[in-house]
Design a protein around this ligand. Structure first.
Ligand code: ATP
Ligand code: MG
Ligand code: FE
Length: 352
């Protein structure tokens, strides 16, 4: 089926078009720059930016795919989780299209959409790891708003949340630590750059929820607020002592701590559940050290590592279209119009 997907859960207005699992268009407009002076995504600004970007993004995606609205077999849209006001713009646009075109509408889960990115093929989706997504798979999703470990037995019918952050998301930690170091927003790429030449072993920052005492209750959960506080304390000590903050060492040591925790927990999930593959998703996957450590640890453990191209790891509409197409091909019924934006949609609700 030819499916148009709409994604507006955070600061990216994403419109993608797929035919089955083949990617035909992936248009992304981001309001990230408008949030820079606030150091994080401002919900009202994001929602307004989605309104402005939506029609041009749909037009551009149709042109890129070389199809018309009348050709579409279905519309798919993110209904949650995410920022309520931002989600509402995408949901409203999708409902309007569905009614105007008399085309079935599928409301889907944003986090499961990130996993769906991995089913995409075709020249636009060229991925370092080829071949279709196999089951079961462990998925580690790391972004500005999420840090989640999923056990995916089937993309359209069986997704289990193993664990998630109990405070800050990994990307949020990058953004906050960058701020502490006087680096601009978004902090992830800045820390990656600042860490070049730094010693990752210079400072032993805490690895949240990895102690023996956390094993029972929080084996697959994450915590990054203690790490952020440790960086803050370290920089204060430097200031108090009148010595310059060794930015490269702090950035490298901080990045190492995040990468270590993420991969330790993801590999443990693979081992515990006897799953020989790990899929990464979310904007934080751009991190050079996280990618490197994922390769090292997966190779050592005999686990297949799958990382979609970065344009499909950050928020995008193509992954939503892909999930919609998978639901259709599995025989699922459309969602109708009775659903709304659900900012806390559970990952087990693959379709709303
Ligand atoms: P959501 O959480 O809803 O998926 P988001 O907009 O917060 O949406 P993304 O756009 O996927 O998430 O990712 C943005 C986050 O990724 C930011 O927090 C940013 O700092 C982080 N990031 C980007 N590049 C890097 C990098 N090289 N290293 C670490 N973090 C990075
Ligand atoms: Mg974003
Ligand atoms: Fe996302």
């Amino acid at each position: 089926p030819l499916v148009l997907g709409i994604e507006t859960s955070c600061d990216e207005t994403g419109v993608g078009i797929v035919r089955g699992s083949t990617l035909l268009a992936n248009v992304i407009a981001s309001s990230m720059e408008e949030h820079a002076r606030f150091g994080g995504v401002v919900p009202e600004i994001a929602a307004r930016a989605h309104l402005e970007a939506m029609t041009p993004a749909i037009t551009a995606a149709l042109a890129e795919a070389g199809v018309t609205l009348q050709d579409l077999d279905a519309i798919a849209v993110t209904s949650g989780p995410g920022l309520a006001g931002a989600l509402m713009v995408g949901v409203g646009a999708a409902k309007a299209l569905s009614v105007a075109l008399d085309t079935p509408l599928y409301a889907v889960n944003h986090l499961v959409g990130h996993v769906g990115a991995d089913v995409l093929d075709g020249p636009l989706a060229a991925s370092p790891t080829d071949g279709p997504l196999e089951y079961p798979t462990i998925a580690l999703l790391v972004s500005g708003g999420h840090t989640s470990l999923l056990l995916v037995r089937d993309l359209v019918s069986d997704v289990e949340l193993l664990g998630e952050t109990i405070d800050d998301a990994a990307g949020e930690a990058f953004d906050k630590v960058a701020r502490l170091l006087g680096l601009p927003y978004p902090g992830g790429p800045e820390i990656d750059r600042a860490a070049v030449g730094g010693d990752p072993k210079a400072i032993r920052f805490p690895r949240g929820l990895t102690q023996q005492k956390d094993a029972a209750k929080h084996r697959y959960d994450f915590s990054f607020s203690g790490l952020k506080t440790a960086v803050a304390r370290y920089t204060e000590q430097c200031t108090d002592a009148g010595v310059p903050i060794p930015i490269a060492d702090v950035a490298a040591s901080f990045r190492e701590a995040v990468a270590d925790v993420l991969l330790t927990k993801a590999i443990a999930a693979c081992r515990d559940h006897d799953v020989p593959r790990l899929l990464l998703g979310g904007g934080v996957v751009a991190n050079a050290r996280i990618r490197q450590l994922a390769e090292e640890r997966c190779a050592a453990a005999g686990i297949e590592l799958r990382i979609p191209p970065l344009s499909l790891c950050t928020d995008n509409g193509a992954m939503i279209a892909a999930l919609g197409a998978q639901l259709i091909m599995a025989g699922h019924e459309p969602s109708g119009l009775a659903f709304g934006a659900d900012s806390t949609l559970s990952v087990t609700d693959i379709q709303a």
